[in-house]
Design a binder for this molecule. Sequence first.
Ligand code: HEC
Length: 131
Amino acid sequence: MKKVFFTLIALAMTCCTLIISCSKDNEQDVTNPGNGGGGGTTCDTANMAYSANVQPILQTYCYSCHGNGNVSGGVSLGNYASVKTQVDNGNLIGAITHAAGYSPMPQGGAKLSDCNINKIKAWIARGAQNN
Ligand code: HEC
């Protein structure tokens, strides 16, 4: 009987240790994606191109309202020319960085990760080319 008792205690302790170490892992996972390069994750912003880097981000987070014929708020991001318009008038960066005076985007969703924002900024810094 005693053996069973100790086995149970040992099991319970292993269990707790596992749960504690797992929850610590989760904390790290949560803090990493947002900091765009720090804390062990890397964010490659070199040679950002519209088709390879920027368009996929917009497709994932914005097309449901601004692509494929959707023009929420009169804003389309479905092709290069319309994206360039929002770059040139400052609305794109204002919206995704949640800057004062702009409607924060994606509307009703979480802000883009710092990495994705930095990728878009890097593409704009290189002239927001149709590349
Ligand atoms: C759930 C729908 C939805 C999603 C997803 C969404 N938007 Fe919007 N967006 C809107 C609506 C509605 C408006 C117009 C109303 C407003 O300005 O608040 C708008 C307005 C904008 C504007 C004009 C902002 C301004 O201040 O004039 C820009 C730029 C924009 N969106 C970019 C984006 C980008 C970039 C994404 C993806 C990262 C995105 N949106 C995702 C619905 C959405």
